[in-house]
Design a protein. Structure first.
Length: 223
């Protein structure tokens, strides 16, 4: 309840902001992130830059959505950004769905016996599960669902997003760890790939969530 009380106070302090404004601003941020990612990937001459930039944009937007609670809790100067949490998550999901569409041939292989027999399904499976969890969260991220499910159950569903964050981390790690290790052992002669930067960012998201959980646990024990 400590977190809920703090969250409600922050939202009231921000004041009314139209949903349209929030979505437009989040879309602009998403497009800027996509453009920067696409430029960096093409500069590194990485194959399939369009799909990769879409995937990176999705992860960053979703990561920001999950990170905002921790950032706003520990640092007051970002409190006003808490109202973008829902829009960041939904926009990140939209980019994630586009990524799945662009990777449709890989997703199709999830339903083949050969892929499971060879144990090659984990990268695609972790990514698909993460998107599935975020889709469920998006489906209930409205007041009607909150009223039907009840506040406690509703919050539990939304908190499954942190499981999805771990799945995203696993997805990127399983796909790119070999290349990252090869880059490191080869002397790091080129700038880091966006995959490494994304993994570092997701590590921050996970660590900050643990820090928030621990801080709230201590405060609850003291009160």
């Amino acid at each position: 309840m400590l977190y809920d009380k703090w969250h409600n106070q922050v939202v009231k302090r921000v004041g009314p902001v139209s949903e349209f404004q929030l979505y437009v601003r989040t879309l602009i941020l998403g497009l800027v992130l996509f453009a920067l990612s696409y430029w960096y990937i093409t500069w590194l001459k990485t194959p399939n830059p369009l799909n990769k930039a879409v995937a990176d944009t999705s992860i960053i937007l979703i990561g920001l959505s999950m990170l905002l609670s921790s950032l706003c809790y520990f640092w007051n100067f970002v409190d006003t950004k808490i109202v973008y949490r829902k829009q960041l998550g939904l926009m990140g999901l939209a980019f994630g769905l586009v990524h799945i569409g662009l990777s449709f041939s890989t997703v199709q292989k999830l339903f083949t016996f050969a892929m499971w027999q060879q144990g090659k399904m984990w990268p695609a499976l972790t990514g698909a599960l993460a998107v599935g969890i975020f889709a469920c969260m998006a489906f209930v991220s409205n007041q009607y669902a909150a009223n039907v499910l009840g506040g406690k159950a509703w919050r539990k569903i939304l908190r499954t997003g942190y499981i999805a964050v771990l799945l995203i981390f696993a997805h990127v790690y399983l796909l790119k760890s070999v290349y990252i290790i090869r880059w490191y052992t080869g002397g790091m002669k080129t700038p880091p790939s966006t995959s490494l930067l994304v993994l570092a960012f997701m590590t921050i998201v996970i660590v900050m969530r643990i820090a928030l959980w621990w801080s709230l646990k201590i405060k609850s024990a003291r009160s």
